[in-house]
Design a protein. Structure first.
Length: 118
């Protein structure tokens, strides 16, 4: 099994920045891609960003391109999401997820709240 723990959420004004962290533990050797998802109140969970196992490939949702940066430190079994130029519509619970041997996002963190005030 793999456990994921997010941290770094909080309240920030529009235009501000936050950095989310996600630490993995357990059978981390079985992790492939990792990613960030978010869920706003009353909405479905949506993809935010993804990073490959080596960290050499990344993908972003159009809504965050140019503002968010995902990174990975395999020595620390961690990924990060640097969020700049935050907007009120970025307000959501942010979840870290990891792709396992099933090649699907089968491991999820508990989520961290990000609130952007206008």
């Amino acid at each position: 099994q793999v456990q994921l723990v997010e941290s770094g959420g909080g309240l920030v004004q529009a235009g501000g920045s936050l950095r989310l962290s996600c630490a993995a533990s357990g059978r981390t050797f079985s992790i492939f891609d990792m990613g960030w998802f978010r869920q706003a109140p009353g909405k479905e969970r949506e993809f935010v960003a993804r990073i490959s196992r080596s960290g050499g490939a990344t993908n972003y949702a159009d809504s965050v391109k140019g503002r968010f940066t995902i990174s990975r430190d395999n020595a620390k079994n961690s990924i990060y999401l640097q969020m700049n130029s935050l907007k009120p519509e970025d307000t959501a619970v942010y979840y870290c997820a990891a792709v396992g041997m099933t090649r699907t996002y089968e491991y999820w963190g508990q989520g961290t709240q990000v609130t952007v005030s206008s």
